[in-house]
Design a binder for this molecule. Structure first.
Ligand SMILES: C[S@@+](CC[C@H](N)C(=O)[O-])C[C@H]1O[C@@H](n2cnc3c(N)ncnc32)[C@H](O)[C@@H]1O
Length: 351
């Protein structure tokens, strides 16, 4: 099996390089409005944003930043197939503007924008970033009532384009082979992820401190899970805020096609520097899933519970009939092509 991964340097407010209804899943994390590290970028997209911030008008700046993101959401509506899913990772911002501290609820604003475009919201996920600052309560003091809660969670908002889910031909292999294990389902489809450890780290991070800071990359585990949850083999995953390419890396490991667009060309070179590590990474991701499944089998047997089914491709029992066809894949080879990569996949090797 082969997949392709296209990456463009460009502004995702215009995604004309991506055809209408050619994408089954979007997994992305935009720059978060009202988080200071993105002020300059938003001001480049619309100079009125810098003016609003300088004038101490936080709400106007917030609205104007979302207006820029909305132009990308318009494009998602165009390129997604009916029933396709969009997963948007976003955090709220807290900020003092003109002496007034408040929260800017990005998640609520993004949700509203997607609903206006005919997307149906599905249950979302909250996840907690692995690293917390020891100094997080500094400044809030020990006396009521003027201290504020520290935001440590982010949202993964999930939307379906239109009212109807995608349909597949009966017993489609590309869907059944992409099944996940029962215990993975129980962890992944839970609404609060406290187990994103960041251990499953992407291959390479920018060596340049400034570039690393600007990347705001999410852990590989986030897009990898979402891709396994909401797409089948052969599908195409889009990330219009590509950054260091974590979504593409996850798509490669998960055996899906991908397409991405990113303003900063420096990130593409960093991704390319780590490309040789993808086959080993994909193998370790697949093997780790099987090992965790085997540990689950041992625990369950230890509790005196049995299994009714055997996996077709692995020497292991499974809980449900639907998991029998699971077939994990690994990357065998990656070749550069004009606008990205062609990847050759094979069934996961076990030795
Ligand atoms: C939060 S980061 C995404 C990080 C990414 N998920 C990763 O794991 O590296 C947002 C990225 O979107 C890019 N960006 C912002 N506005 C953009 C636009 N209009 N078109 C394309 N890329 C944009 C920024 O340069 C930044 O790299």
């Amino acid at each position: 099996m082969e997949t392709t991964h296209r990456v463009f340097v460009g502004d995702s407010r215009d995604l004309s390089a991506v055809d209408d209804e050619s994408v089954e899943l979007v997994v992305t994390s935009p720059p978060y409005p009202m988080i200071e590290m993105w002020d300059d970028l938003f001001t480049e997209l619309d100079p009125a944003i810098g003016d609003a911030l300088a004038a101490g008008d936080g709400y106007d700046a917030f609205e104007a930043m979302h207006a820029q993101l909305e132009r990308v959401w318009d494009e998602l509506e165009r390129v997604l197939v009916d029933g396709g899913i969009a997963c948007i990772n976003v955090g709220d911002a807290t900020r003092s503007v003109d002496g007034s501290f408040r929260v800017y609820p990005n998640h609520a604003r993004v949700l509203e924008a997607f609903e206006e475009r005919g997307f149906e919201p599905l249950p979302d996920v909250l996840w907690r970033k692995p690293a917390n600052s020891a100094a997080k309560f500094m400044g809030s003091g020990m006396i009521p009532p003027n201290a504020y809660v520290t935001l440590e969670h982010e949202y993964i908002l999930v939307f379906r384009k239109g009212a109807r889910s995608r349909e597949f031909e009966p017993r489609a292999d590309r869907r059944y082979e992409a099944a996940y294990f029962w215990e993975e389902r129980n962890r992944w489809f839970t609404d609060v992820w406290t187990d994103v450890t960041g251990e499953l780290q992407a291959i390479d991070r920018p060596a340049d401190d400034d570039l690393r800071e600007r990347s705001a990359a999410y852990p590989l585990e986030i897009p990898y899970r979402l891709i396994c949850m909401y797409s089948a083999y052969g599908d195409t995953v889009l990330d219009p805020f590509w950054g260091t390419g974590t979504t593409t890396l996850a798509a490669m490991c998960a055996g899906r096609n991908s397409v991405g667009s990113e303003l900063e060309d420096a990130f593409l070179a960093v991704f390319d520097d780590g490309i040789d590590e993808v086959p080993a990474l994909s193998r370790s991701v697949g093997r780790a899933r099987l090992e965790r499944h085997r540990a689950f089998v041992d625990r369950r047997r230890g509790e005196g519970k049995g299994f009714e089914y055997e996996a077709d491709y692995y020497d292991t029992p499974v809980v449900t009939k639907m998991e029998r066809g699971i077939r994990l894949r690994e990357v065998r080879a990656v070749d550069g092509i004009e606008d990205g990569y062609r990847v050759e996949h094979a069934p996961l090797s076990l030795e």
